[in-house]
Unconditional design. Sequence first.
Length: 368
Amino acid sequence: MHRLVQLDGLRAFAVLGVILHHTTRWEFGIPLGPYCVRLFFVLSGFLITGILLKARAQSNDTGFILRAFYARRFLRIFPVYYASLAALLLLGQPDISATFPWHVAYLSNVLCSMPDVEIVSAWGHLWSLSVEEQFYLLWPALILFMPNRAIPYFLVGAVACGPLFRLICGTYWGVAPAVYLTPGCLDSLGLGALLAWYQRSERPLGDIDRLSAWALRSGLLIVGIHLACQYLDISFKLWLLTRDFGAALVACWLVHRASEGFAGAWGRVLSNGFLVYLGTISYGMYLFHNFVPWLAEFAGFAVPMHGIERFLFVGASTIVVAALSWHVFEKPLNALKDNFPYTRLAKTRGVHVSEECRLATTATTAEQ
């Protein structure tokens, strides 16, 4: 549980960073919101691939694992997502109403990538949820049906695909499709997946702590190159290649260290009860935070327009809404995932095999 607690702490920082970016546009010299989204992507790749690899190692029934995976994802993601969209549609939120079919189909990222489309705050953040849902749709079958020996090569290829896709797509079709379409995010998702595989492998390249430290140093260097290209307006192609990749490498180091358990001050911060709670409700916080200003104005509240006041108002309101959603709606549905374990519950003298129960429990905790 220790490692999952600190990963929840990382989730809390990621979602608070996104909210700060969207409410104040403060970036502190870096694209804060996009970098926090990359941390979410690395976390998703790490946790989902880890669950799949663990289930695969304990069962040969791939069809059963897939059914369990999709049922559990459905219960965690779809009800609150579609309930939120339906509520906004019924209340007449104009931007959601005008683009409703795209969001229902989890194609918000495709909408963002289209030319002449104005991305508005009410739904602009949904693109990353679409990327993750498209990832969840295809990734499990690839991991489960692929020969064991092919998995690391496939994951390295996925990581390489991200920068190459951004370079080619950005050069010929524009930055928006390069950034918002799922292939352009595969370096972040793939690095998390590669970390999950390496933690469970015989570690052919040596000590994982040494490799993660290399990822941190390389990531910071690449972030520096990307920011130099951006602020000095040089080498558009190098900007496309380095965009997000450096942040994903740094995020990979963070996820590895948190999964092993930071010691000292960092460990205490990431294990802080309030931050862990925010990490637990971070999906709702991310989903709701751009809806909250409109809902508050709809209810007659005066919403601060700029600066720290807006961040505090939107942040606090989002926490309240997400907490209510979690305890009243999401958590009861989440409990139903226990009905979909990743392995068949064999019985020995009327007692369920404990390892299979442990796998289901671990997966439930990770998927939160």
